[in-house]
Design a protein around this ligand. Sequence first.
Ligand code: PLP
Length: 218
Amino acid sequence: MTITKNYQRIRAEIPDYVTIVTAAKTRTADEVRELIDAGVTDIGENYVQETEEIQKQLGHDIKRMHWHLIGHLQANKINKALKLFDTIQTLDSMKLASAINNHLKQTLPVLIEINSGREPQKTGVVPEEAEKLIRNISTLEKISVKGLMTMGPRFGNPENARLYYRETKKLFDHIDSLDIPGVEMTVLSMGMSNAYHIAIEEGSTMIRLGTILFGKRM
Ligand SMILES: *Cc1c(COP(=O)(O)O)cnc(C)c1O
């Protein structure tokens, strides 16, 4: 029951308005089911195929869960992804957004992924280009922008992530102040196992936790 205990401890120590998304990559259906039984409602997955398999194993329980794609979406997997996920947290280009929009029958909530560390090899849009991208995406009929997501650079010392969270929150407030039709800034998804406290201090409303719930990945 370690996973349950880990979840309950963190749930009790963070504010109620913060959603915990369990980052379930590489975890088994049994491990994920333990969290569902403990009260988790939001599950994050990085890969389409892995999600397909785990949803099959979990059976009818999956319908009660909210599934978040937190990994990068490849254009050739859009159709499959739309059957598996309720929210896509990693939208970072107009090209991908319009391809998704063309596949949609009903409105899809998305978060825009911000490359807050401006790391060239990383996914996400750099902060300077986020407003333009969001204005463009807002013209797409079936995509509904609900907020921002960021990873931030990985450091040994979690305190070093603070700057990137702070900048993403500033961008979040800026986009909010623009009142772009069809764009809502309600979700700010940032903070992982090593620095979720700091992310919450800097304005996060959604943390994505793997290691601290499940233990180290094998
Ligand atoms: C794996 C992952 C997490 C969780 O990372 P931990 O350090 O294990 O908590 C969060 N977000 C994304 C996008 C991930 O891929």
